[in-house]
Design a protein around this ligand. Structure first.
Ligand code: SAM
Length: 306
């Protein structure tokens, strides 16, 4: 795929480069803020699963001002290029030590806003992907219970899969308001949405922990069969109106008739991407095993043989 064909495919990808965002996902957080006023009065924010950093960029651009002291902490397993006003922790959100490190950066104070756009590497097996995403969301919720102030807000990516009502129920234990929101920049073809959980109010006497109820075998229930007070259905909101770009549509390269299309490289390429080694091999022609091919020419295969 050529460089401009990627631009043609995705309008938010192009807009992200034009406006200097590290990833198109910045628009998701900005559109959620537009709908829910997430950033109002926030002076301590945490971005969980932050790399390459477009959500942290959005927090940095929107929260920081000369008149208020704002602290932003970004956490990811992967290294991330520095951002103004953002403290980075290269760590795992499932570890209590990460929660302690965040609180240390806030000098013992809890955060007002925790956001998490976390995603594990997608396997393509939908049930597995949904399950792993749910695990990551619960890990994000667990760490949030260690670091969020009562009344605070938690926003996280969620896959609206078959057991999503269990997740809603768990979130409702901790937040008086839980809404599932789909920003315009999130493709309709994707099951991705975002839970916006407002007014953090943990049950009285709740002691934050990192344990995960979905891994507890005693939860052997079909959660969609739950009824009455055991079944929680949260409101679903499509954010934004039809004037915003549609992330599933293909737009012409030249959006503005008065300006000629110009390719803009990505704002911040990944620092150490998993495909780095493959690029190195390809560049140095180390991918082909000429000897083997010459002596035993093989037909091309499309899948693995195991
Ligand atoms: N919001 C980011 C942005 O706007 O640039 C994009 C986040 S990306 C979709 C998902 C990130 O989740 C990856 O960088 C991955 O390393 C991170 N991640 C996945 N599991 C994690 C974990 N257990 N702890 C910390 N980060 C994790």
């Amino acid at each position: 795929m050529g460089r401009s064909s990627k631009d043609k495919r995705d309008i938010y990808y192009r807009l992200a480069k034009e406006e200097g965002w590290r990833a198109r996902s910045a628009f998701k957080l900005l559109q959620l803020d537009h709908q829910f006023n997430l950033f109002s009065g926030v002076n301590r924010a945490v971005d969980l699963c932050a790399a390459p950093g477009s959500w942290s960029q959005a927090l940095s651009r929107k929260l920081r001002s000369p008149s208020t002291e704002v602290k932003i902490v970004a956490v990811d397993l992967q290294a991330m290029a520095p951002l103004p006003g953002v403290t980075q922790i290269q760590g795992d959100i499932t570890k209590v030590s990460t929660a302690q490190e965040i609180i240390r950066h806030f000098e013992g104070q809890p955060a007002n806003l925790v956001v998490c756009d976390g995603a594990p590497d997608v396997t393509g097996l939908h049930d597995v992907d949904e399950y792993i995403q749910a695990q990551l969301l619960l890990a994000a919720l667990n760490i949030t219970t260690h670091i969020l102030t009562p009344g605070g807000t938690f926003v996280a990516k969620i896959f609206r899969g078959k057991d999503v009502t269990l997740l809603y129920s768990q979130l409702k234990i901790f937040f008086s308001s839980v809404t599932c929101a789909k920003p315009r920049s999130s493709r309709n073809s994707s099951i991705e949405s975002f839970v916006v959980c407002q007014n953090y109010s943990p049950p009285e006497g709740y002691i934050p922990s990192m344990s995960n109820p979905l891994l507890d075998q005693s939860y052997d229930v079909d959660f969609n069969q739950l009824e009455g007070s055991n079944r929680v259905i949260v409101p679903f909101l499509a954010c934004g109106d039809l004037s915003a770009f549609d992330s599933d549509r293909t737009y012409p390269l030249q959006l503005d008739a008065s300006k000629e299309y110009e390719y803009i490289p990505p704002t911040q390429p990944p620092i150490r991407p998993p495909y780095e080694q493959a690029c190195h091999f390809r560049k140095h022609n180390l991918l082909s095993r000429e000897d083997a091919h010459q002596s035993h020419p093989q037909p091309r295969r499309t899948g693995t043989s195991q």
